[in-house]
Design a protein around this ligand. Sequence first.
Ligand code: HSE
Length: 291
Amino acid sequence: QKVRVKVPASTANLGPGFDSLGMALNLYAWIDMAISDHTSIHLIGDQMNGIPTDKSNLIYKVAQMVFDKAGVSHPELEISMYSEIPLTRGLGSSASAIVGALAGANALIGNRFTTYELFQIASKLEKHPDNVGASLYGGIIVAFWDDVQAESIRIEPDPNLEVLVAIPAFQLSTEKARGIMPQQVSMKDAVFNLSHSSLLVAALSTGNLGMIRFAMKDRLHQPYRASLIPGMQLLLDESEHHGALGVALSGAGPTMLALVDARSKQKEELQAFLQGTLANEGIQAQMLWLK
Ligand code: HSE
């Protein structure tokens, strides 16, 4: 028996919702999994170079965790993965691998675990629930992980909400982008983020797209991470004047994300502004319109 899982990419934080907001994007990874008499792992596509194809592979290890938890003795696995999701760019590629591995292994044992249980395992593995929550449930996810449990509520994205991503040609590890953040923040910045994140969730759940431009502001992570992505601060400051509802660093970056009203007449202008601003810094970026 072979199972095939299709998992969406995701963008985390959406600006102020550091480690707590995530949104699935229509860019996908496919994972095939079957119990076999010996383990073999096939990664399809150039961008997979360097990813292990032995038993240290993330998908293999996560799948074995599911079998362990279910009391099934370690089966050998045949795994294939094809992914459209660029790696290490802030689009949740590792979360999609984790979610795909969990869902695939769970399907092989007759779905013994609920989606909620898989969400607990995934959040524990990632240590933040934003990307895995979005990849697992789809849509927009508001979530916490407190080192013990994860809870979330899904919001159906407004049909007029479109996403433009500018994916720089360079990779940026989440570890590096988390390492640059301070251990302490001021009460003022905490309140700033709390109020903006709450307003953003309210705007997204009520379809008040006009409020996004006020809400999508952050003082917890983006000011620190801006030094890692040339051009980022200018994009944060100016994109609204070129038709974005709001703009943010996608996850830990380096991808930049703009939320756009599908009815906007400034889409081409916005795309040119994002691409041009990064190009002025010597950064080639792939531009994708997503939902
Ligand atoms: N919320 C996480 C971060 C997402 O910003 O570091 C990265 O995977």
